[in-house]
Design a protein around this ligand. Structure first.
Ligand code: SAH
Length: 403
């Protein structure tokens, strides 16, 4: 790569203004011309229509998002010092937010583009930092970014994970595979969230091992759980159930299609058995397809239902089908709720807007024929900042039935 001249691009006027305004994504059809074909992961310099420096980013010929911009207007030296500065800024933001108050040793310290480090997520679980890479740009500079993260966040162990589309190219072009760098840590790490203990499967678990993004919603569910029979649909490792149990739920039921997820949920409840309320809550596990189960099981069995499915719209093309899916889930959730039940429904699809999602849940409530009241809606937690519209994916809504 080093013998090649620097990759230079020019954009359409519209894309140019978007980049100036801070949007970090340049789509393939926004590239007006370039001096040569680009390689996966190399640096691209974007010039404006008057040939002045506009931006720097990572190029990827295999993605419709051709460039992920990390620097606009002012040229910088790309290297460890720049990454240190970005990590320092991200750390400053986390250090001032209350989510990391006492009893919480897990959280997101780097949230990709929104922290000026596109396609890179870093989640901390106690002394282990799990770095997940989503774009090839980080592969050639892995030493630099790892050392910046280590210097600034001082983890004891550093785990590197790769998104599925990166595994082959990382191995073949850069000899990079997933795993601990430096000292080997544990594949399953125990950490604390709101004074509760959880395991994160940092090597093999989904995302970086745990869904840190739902922390605030789990706290909301805990506050509403007293005396209730809670159904946790798409439970994964049972986060919502453990909080509900501490909040005084009479019973918690985890429902997931995966046996591994249900086993992890069971272990997480055990980890918190020293809390009397967790110890005394009844626990059930259901391994089932949620859509089918919510449709076919008897009505009116629970008094609080949480619905937190995986993204139903991984692509824009799935948006309409996803809205239908959210509505069907909400209808099913409402059906299995007894009089006075509470529904908490979440969506992690960035292609579905907050309003569209909320409306699909509200419509399902309307169509159930029951009366209902909207208690709250929520968005991103402060450690998951979203600096541009596409970065915003998580939203949740809570309805109180038969108020
Ligand atoms: N609520 C969880 C995160 C959910 S992740 C938390 O707070 O940690 C999505 C989960 O849905 C995964 O565990 C996955 O196994 C499960 N899943 C995916 N499709 C499913 C289906 N059709 N029925 C039931 N569970 C499903």
């Amino acid at each position: 790569m080093s013998q090649l001249t620097r990759l230079r691009l020019r954009l359409t006027p519209r894309a140019e203004s978007a980049v100036v305004r801070g949007h970090p994504w340049v789509y393939q059809d926004a590239v007006k011309d370039q001096n040569r074909p680009g390689l996966p992961g190399e640096l691209a310099v974007i010039y404006d229509r008057r040939d002045r420096f506009l931006a720097l980013g990572f190029y990827d010929p295999d993605s419709p998002i051709r460039v992920r911009v990390f620097q606009v207007r002012k040229p910088v030296q790309v290297g460890v010092d720049l990454w240190i500065e970005r990590v320092r800024q991200a750390r400053a933001l986390r250090e001032t937010c209350a989510v990391f108050a006492s009893g919480t040793s897990g959280g997101r310290w780097i949230n990709g583009e929104s922290d000026g480090l596109p396609g890179l997520v870093a989640d901390r679980y106690d002394t282990t930092l799990v770095v997940k890479l989503y774009i090839p740009g980080w592969l050639p500079v892995l030493e630099d970014i790892s050392s910046a993260l280590s210097q600034e966040l001082r983890p004891r162990f550093l785990m590197i994970r790769l998104s599925r589309n990166l595994a082959a190219i990382a191995r073949d072009h850069w000899g990079i595979t997933e795993g601990f760098r430096g000292d080997p840590g544990e594949d399953t790490v125990i950490f604390e969230e709101s004074g509760l203990r959880f395991e994160s499967q940092v090597r093999l678990g989904q995302k970086t091992g745990f869904f840190l993004d739902q922390r605030e919603n789990r706290r909301r569910v805990e506050a509403m759980a007293m005396g209730r029979d809670v159904l946790n649909v798409f439970s994964y490792s049972g986060g919502f159930s453990v909080y509900a149990a501490r909040g005084g739920a009479r019973s918690v039921t985890d429902l997931d299609i995966s046996a591994h997820a249900l086993e992890s949920a069971q272990r997480n409840l055990k980890l918190n058995a020293s809390h009397p309320a967790v110890h005394s809550a009844l626990h059930h596990a259901l391994q089932a397809d949620a859509f089918q189960w919510l449709r076919d099981s008897p009505a009116a069995q629970y008094s609080l239902a949480v619905l937190d499915p995986p993204s139903l719209a991984p692509r824009e093309a799935n948006r309409i089908a996803a809205l239908d899916g959210y509505a069907r889930l909400a209808a099913g959730g409402i059906r299995v709720l007894r009089r006075g039940g509470i529904l908490v429904s979440a969506s992690c699809s960035s292609h579905v807007s907050d309003q569209e999602f909320f409306d699909s849940v509200r419509r399902a409530a309307q169509q159930s024929g029951r009366s209902w009241l909207e208690s709250w809606t929520s968005g991103h937690a402060p450690d998951h900042p979203a600096s541009f519209p596409e970065a915003s994916y998580l939203k949740a809504i809570c309805l109180q039935l038969d108020p």
